[in-house]
Design a protein around this ligand. Sequence first.
Ligand code: ZN
Length: 330
Amino acid sequence: MSYTGPDFEPPQPRRSRLRRPLTVAVAALVPGALLGWGVYAAVGGPDGGGGGDAGHAAGAGASAAPSSDATGSAGGDAKRPAGSSPVPPSGKPSASPSQSAPAAGSGALRGKVVVIDPGHNPANFQHPSEINRKVNVGTHWKECDTTGTATNAGWPEAKFTLDVAHRLRTLLEAQGATVKLTQDGDRSYGPCVDERARIGNEAKADAAISIHADGSGTGNRGFHVILPGPVHDGAADTRPIVAPSAELGKRVAGGFVRVTGTAPANYLGDGTGLVTRTDLGGLNLSTVPKVFIECGNMRDGTDAALLTSGSWRQKAAQGMSEGIVSFLRG
Ligand code: ZN
């Protein structure tokens, strides 16, 4: 969809500006950035709050999304031009404290394969019968795919996920990795969750990540990484990937909090930013280390201001990239 609206960069809440440097500074000093989260909470982290994982299955249905896409300010979400070199977008945060990632183009990840799964598909809502078809995810039968959620202003999760996937691909390719997307806005719907897993499996991915944003209640804020739990049922056997996926997830979460300064979810995961699930086909059917990341809650105005910011999405991708690089380098 073409962008026609004003180019806006939602203002960051004052509290975030104040606490981000502190969080980042502390996290940078602590091996294993997860320790930084406790400090985050101590300096005025997220409010408590109930609510559950809405599974972001609320029908977005919004094709006519208002243009809250601020990608123009941070490298854009345009598809990569053919033959272009994988140069990090200009929106890369210059003040990133992480020194763990090698310089762009160093080829540190040469020979490594990363599969990025941009959650949902912007056109899913046009294909209800196809995406509602049930597929076997090992433990049970589940819808092929869902529309995903949207901001209250109507910006779809599927556009968010694809934009972040493009940014992440650019960053990982700059490290020499071979990157494959499960969909690139090039399909009329889907793929189904079982195919999303199969793409990672057949690519023999060294790491796979499925990108999402949640659709929970107002006041529920923050990101979380979803790890596969042990499942051995039908076509699903996650036992070999539980441990490496947990390691991948912890590193992605650490990179995410370090670069974005965003707090872990205040509504699930007990403030750890990590949640284990056994009901997601995309994880249950994976035979390679894989995690989901819910980058924030699109239905919360404060989180939505971040999610619709191109510069914040660039940080989100950078955080994920640093976590993946750290995992792949061991
Ligand atoms: Zn989603």
